[in-house]
Design a protein around this ligand. Structure first.
Ligand code: NAP
Length: 297
């Protein structure tokens, strides 16, 4: 029996683990893919208080090592079921805990176009810093209008010969500072008020078809980087938590779900601001609340 099972080893979950381990609790962290969550793909973090500049990979690895050094057990097992009495079932095992923190974060949103899945790794990517190097001196397109798309386009502009930045609106959600840097790049072309409507190619990506109010046209590209935000993956928890209409976990006070002893932290929960700082804050609050309540305080 564990005191606490944490589902998801991103910044929220690993922060929960630090607090619980330091309180001498027996903690198990279950993660489906790899430690670090979304932040591991961030090229550079410049807004984390006290750390002026750090790569997402270094940040996530430091956090992971901090948890391991405290004796944290992290198992790469995909959770498939959680019951009200706090039995967690993975593909391989079954575990029981006094309390559970759900910190599963979000997944990258897809365009949901035909061929999108089959051409992943053959021209389609969701991570410029991971795959950008394969597109050295090639032509790429980035789709999206938030900070990820802007930063991906900037990163790729230093590697690729040409970068198309395609966004469905005429203005961007991402930071002005990054946008200004992009506007000064000779090899970046903005394609606004346009959507990608078709992925072209069979064995590999050959190009894309885009559409605006006036026309449809094809563009030849070697790579398409899809950076259109994230979506939650909380369906498996439907029996123990309430989900909002977008699939985020509801919590009246930001920590408690509708089931006693089951808490939520990080991007998986309903909230206005999803940032690294708010994820680690959630992780701390969820762990401290869980500890207090399991000790009957
Ligand atoms: P985001 O801010 O949610 O932006 C997603 C963008 O994709 C929006 O422009 C959206 O357009 C567009 N989009 C959504 N669905 C689409 C679809 N089906 N087809 C075409 N376009 C679509 O996501 P993000 O850029 O990944 O950023 C997520 C969060 O992380 C933000 O809070 C961001 O500030 C933060 N972040 C921070 C940093 C940093 O601080 N260094 C770096 C990256 C991300 P609409 O506006 O039309 O919906």
């Amino acid at each position: 029996m564990y005191d606490l099972i944490i589902i998801g080893a991103g910044p929220a979950g690993l922060t929960s683990a630090i607090y619980a381990l330091r309180a001498n609790k027996k903690v198990l962290i279950l993660e489906a893919k790899n430690y670090g969550g979304q932040i591991i793909d961030a090229n550079l973090i410049e807004n984390y208080p006290g750390i002026p500049k750090i790569s997402g990979f270094d940040f996530a690895t430091n956090l992971y090592n901090q948890v391991k050094d405290l004796g944290g057990i992290i198992k790469l097992e995909k959770v498939i079921k959680v019951s009200e009495d706090k039995i967690v079932t993975t593909k391989e095992n079954e575990y029981q805990a006094k309390a559970i923190i759900i910190s599963t974060g979000v997944d990258k949103r897809k365009l949901n176009l035909p061929k999108e899945d089959e051409l992943i790794g053959k021209g389609i990517s969701y991570c410029a810093t991971c795959d950008g190097n394969f597109y050295r001196n090639k032509i790429v397109a980035v789709v999206g209008g938030g900070n990820t798309a802007l930063e991906d386009a900037l990163y790729l502009s230093n590697i690729s010969t040409k970068v198309y930045l395609i966004h469905r609106r005429d203005s961007f959600k991402g930071d002005d500072k990054t946008l200004e840097l992009l506007k000064n790049k000779d090899n970046v072309e903005f394609i606004l008020k346009s959507s990608v409507i078709e992925i072209l190619g069979n064995e590999k990506l050959d190009g894309i078809k885009i559409k605006n109010e006036q026309e449809e046209k094809e563009i030849t590209v070697d790579g398409l980087f899809i950076a259109i935000g994230q979506e939650p993956k909380n369906e498996i928890f439907k029996n123990i938590v309430a989900l909002d209409d977008q699939g985020y976990i509801e919590s009246n006070d930001g920590v408690h779900t509708k089931t006693k002893g089951i808490y939520v932290a990080g991007d998986a929960r309903c909230k206005e601001i999803r940032q690294l700082t708010t994820a680690v804050s959630d992780g701390c609050v969820a762990a401290m609340t869980a500890i207090k309540e399991m000790e009957g305080k």
